[in-house]
Design a protein around this ligand. Structure first.
Ligand code: NAD
Length: 487
């Protein structure tokens, strides 16, 4: 593993640097439990320098107004990522534990390719709109609505889809003319530090425009939420952390853009294609070992067809190969860390204690004694108010809940503090009608996939505020100025 290609230095004010304290911390491969390398362990002083550099670059350079430079830098960043993607892929798999097969899709290749969509959007974007004339207090004026960069953006990201989420923030934030401090999740520093390396070595990004920080300490992220030089916090992570960030940002009235947790429902109507629904249910709960904010971790089935549907779901999950993420045959790998594995196992215990029954899995796989693996697990006899039906588990654990009729299914689906995603299977019109009644930011009908660089993604309720990706995901990073001149 000594041959992995990665970057361990911070990127501050245009330079790749060690942490001021010279400290590093271990990067652990969740599939082998081995230390595969290190990353700079930033201190408050490093973060302070990064924020200062971003502030200066925003306030005293033409970055925010030079659209041509921004388009060029985005394209350079994409080209650089494409050039080094194969070198980096093994390090990515080693730090994330994501099956290598998925890196050819949403984990790595798709987000990198998506930068060009952002660059194209920027190249054609109209920052000013004429609002026409009006007359107030006898003054006739012509008004213009102008969109401008917000300022210094703090991008704070989780470990589960690190390249996708880092780029879904950094690319539109830079495109909009902001300067950025990207704070990586402690478990996945290299994916972020690589962006810093390539920005430093292969783009014309002016110093301070992008800064990248890794640290083993969550408090380094908290610094971004209280510092008055930061204008906007763009955060993806748990709802608990989102609440803390909102509270921390209140004294400086920070703009908040929050992508938080989920407990999404997949509703199978009684006229659904059961095999197709079972395929989606099985794929979702095993994808990245259930470590997805938008996965459907609740399966809602009609009471009178429960056993037939559950049998198909269990049979489909059993057919999904899992284990070593470097093996292209495997579609599910380990959880990211021992902490996460133990957390998920704790939820499984809780499910049993509250009276639910496992019909598949329910522990650590005997054939994978090393690595942070959890068996794909299916619970039946789950009541809608059980902990495993309400809390985000973030592991391959599916809770099956029965319902009486469509209204009951909608009620149970909406009985959640979350509203991030979901799915419905059934005859097309009926499934669509049910989908429209579920309070959630994204939903797939009969297996439809909503994900795309041009599709807005985000949550209702406590799943977040704002939308990532698509045109709305770009405009989150802009603010609006109304300018009036005498007509
Ligand atoms: P987390 O909330 O523990 O941490 C996320 C990031 O926030 C990390 O970089 C962490 O260091 C930082 N952080 C922690 N405490 C902080 C604080 N007080 N102030 C500022 N920063 C702080 O989340 P996680 O465990 O890394 O990721 C899993 C969570 O992310 C799940 O809840 C999942 O649903 C959510 N998620 C949401 C989306 C989405 O788009 N809605 C996408 C992926 C993951």
């Amino acid at each position: 593993m000594g041959s992995l290609w990665y970057e361990d230095r911070l990127f501050i004010d245009g330079e790749l640097v060690a942490a001021e304290s010279a400290r590093t911390y271990d990067n652990i491969d969740p599939a082998t439990e081995a230390v595969v390398g290190h990353a700079a362990d930033a201190s408050p002083a490093d973060m302070d320098r990064a924020i200062g550099a971003a502030r200066r670059a925003f306030d005293s350079t033409s970055w925010s107004t030079d659209t041509e430079l921004r388009v060029r830098c985005l394209r350079q960043l994409q080209d650089a990522l494409e050039r080094h993607k194969e070198q980096f892929r093994p390090a990515f798999v080693a730090e994330v534990g994501a099956p290598v097969t998925t890196t050819y899709m949403v984990q790595l290749d798709m987000p990198i390719a998506g930068i060009s969509w952002v660059a194209d959007l920027l190249a054609g974007y109209e920052f000013e709109h004429d609002l026409g004339e009006n007359e107030v207090f006898g003054i006739r004026s012509r008004r213009t609505m102008r969109r401008e960069a917000t300022g210094v953006v703090a991008a704070i990201t989780p470990w589960n889809y690190p390249m996708q989420i880092n780029l879904a923030k950094v690319a539109p934030a830079l495109a909009a003319g902001n300067t950025v401090v990207l704070k990586a999740a402690p478990d996945t520093p290299w994916t972020a530090l690589l962006l810093g390396k390539l920005a430093a070595e292969e783009t014309d990004l002016p110093p301070g425009v992008l800064n990248v920080i890794s640290s083993s300490d969550h408090r380094i992220g908290a610094q971004l939420t209280t510092d008055r030089r930061v204008d906007l916090v763009s955060f993806t992570g748990s709802t608990a952390t989102g609440r803390a960030i909102m509270a921390a940002g209140a004294p400086t009235v920070k703009r908040m853009f929050l992508e938080l947790g989920g407990k999404s429902a997949l509703v199978v109507l009684d006229d659904a294609d059961v095999a197709a629904a079972a395929g989606t249910a099985a794929f979702q709960i095993t994808s990245h070992a259930g470590q997805g904010c938008a996965i459907t971790s609740r399966l809602l089935v009609p009471a009178n067809r429960r056993d037939e549907i559950v049998d198909q779901v269990v049979a489909t999950i059993r057919s999904i190969p899992y284990g070593d993420p470097t093996d292209p045959a495997n579609l599910m790998g380990p959880l990211v860390s021992k902490v996460q594995r133990d957390r998920v196992l704790g939820y499984i215990e809780r499910g049993r204690a509250e009276g639910a029954t496992t019909v598949l899995g329910g522990g650590r796989p005997a054939h994978l004694p090393t690595g942070y693996y959890v068996e794909p697990t299916v619970f039946v006899d789950v009541e809608a108010d059980h902990t495993i039906a309400q809390e985000e588990i973030f592991g391959p654990v599916l809770s099956v809940i029965t319902y009486r009729d469509d209204d009951d299914a909608v009620r149970i689906a909406n009985d959640s503090i979350y509203g991030l995603s979901g799915g419905v299977f059934g005859s097309p019109d009926r499934a669509r009608a049910v989908a429209n009644r579920i309070r959630t930011g994204t939903i797939g009908v009969n297996g439809g996939m909503y994900y795309g660089v041009d599709s807005p993604f985000g949550g209702y309720k406590q799943s977040g505020i704002g939308r990532e990706m698509g045109v709305p995901g770009f405009e989150e990073y802009l603010q609006i100025k109304t300018v009036a001149v005498p007509a």
